[in-house]
Design a protein around this ligand. Structure first.
Ligand SMILES: Cc1cc2nc3c(=O)[nH]c(=O)nc-3n(C[C@H](O)[C@H](O)[C@H](O)COP(=O)(O)OP(=O)(O)OC[C@H]3O[C@@H](n4cnc5c(N)ncnc54)[C@H](O)[C@@H]3O)c2cc1C
Length: 271
């Protein structure tokens, strides 16, 4: 099968906030050093941000450092600064407000953002620095030279449900890179292959939760942009770890979600 081979210096897999932050920082360091090395990002979504679900409260410290404190003035889309916050313990019929905010749920000074919008803006920032972002290119398998990762093979296009080629079939390309960075987010398929081959999961492997998240439009006056609520308790039993959130956004929109841990004992449980 004919395959294109593309050579690059640094290949980042996934155009999420982690990869794009890495690409941006590296591109700036290379620019400052007058070094013309090539950085490439591949993203499996047809466009950057398409596979990013998070309606998030974002701690600004990382972006302040990365973008020299100028990310908002340079146009990074934000929904609202966090204006008020509370944590509630829910019961089936009522709620009890926590008298204090647990440290991990303190969001004063943070921003409510739609992460898919943020990463689209990050993409524009890296492209200005000469980074190539290729959308619609899933990394399918790692290329190995002995025990060294030598790049990534992208997925074939134009295959039917049974895996057979159909009209318009194009074989995936081999992107060979001096450095490959996996920024696939949780449950990355290449990352899993790497971890299992090199045994790099260490003593603290990834753990998973499951959940639901939606953006609702609610009637006027229900919630202000920047109002942030986290919940514990109902509908979970006390033995079940997890909780929910409600983040107010402009235009009477709310990000609402619920994430229980996966170590529940009741097999009938369904978030
Ligand atoms: C519903 C929800 C709510 C959240 N709320 C918050 C919050 O309030 N505050 C907070 O700080 N964090 C929050 N998070 C966590 C936050 O979204 C993640 O920590 C963050 O997105 C991780 O960034 P990442 O770049 O590592 O991975 P991701 O954001 O997962 O990005 C990975 C990218 O890689 C692409 N990709 C994956 N595999 C491949 C492949 N093989 N080839 C090509 N592309 C690939 C994906 O399409 C995706 O674009 C939330 C997450 C979720 C799901």
């Amino acid at each position: 099968m004919e395959r294109d081979t593309i050579d690059t210096d640094v290949l980042l897999v996934g155009a999420g906030p982690a990869s794009l932050a890495c690409a941006y920082r590296l591109a700036r360091l290379l620019e400052a050093a007058g070094d013309k090395r090539e950085i490439m990002v591949i993203e499996k979504g047809a466009e950057t941000g398409q596979h990013i679900l998070s309606g998030a409260v974002m701690d600004p410290r990382g972006f302040d450092e990365l973008f020299d404190g100028k990310w908002i003035e340079e146009g990074c889309p934000v929904e609202a600064p966090v204006k008020s916050e509370a944590v509630y313990y829910l019961t089936a019929r009522g709620k009890v407000r926590f008298p204090f905010l647990p440290p991990t749920l303190r969001n004063h000074g943070a921003w409510v953002v739609t992460l898919s919008h943020v990463v689209r803006w990050m993409k524009t920032r890296v492209e200005v620095l000469g980074v190539n972002v290729f959308e619609g290119f899933p990394g399918k398998e790692l290329l190995w030279e002995g025990e060294r990762v030598a790049g990534v093979r992208t997925a074939d296009r134009g295959i039917d449900k049974s895996g057979a080629p159909r009209a318009g079939f194009t074989a995936g390309a081999d992107i060979r890179a001096k450095v490959t960075v996996l920024g696939e987010g949780s449950r990355g398929s290449l990352t899993k292959a790497l971890v299992s081959r090199l045994g790099t999961d260490g003593p603290n492997p990834q753990i998973y939760g499951t959940g639901v998240k939606e953006v609702w439009e609610v009637p006027d006056g229900r919630i202000e942009p920047g109002e942030v609520y986290h919940t514990a308790g109902w509908p979970l039993r006390s033995s079940h770890y997890g909780g929910g959130w409600i983040y107010g956004m402009p235009g009477n929109r709310v990000s609402i979600g619920f994430v229980p841990a996966l170590d529940y004992e009741d097999p009938r449980f369904d978030p």
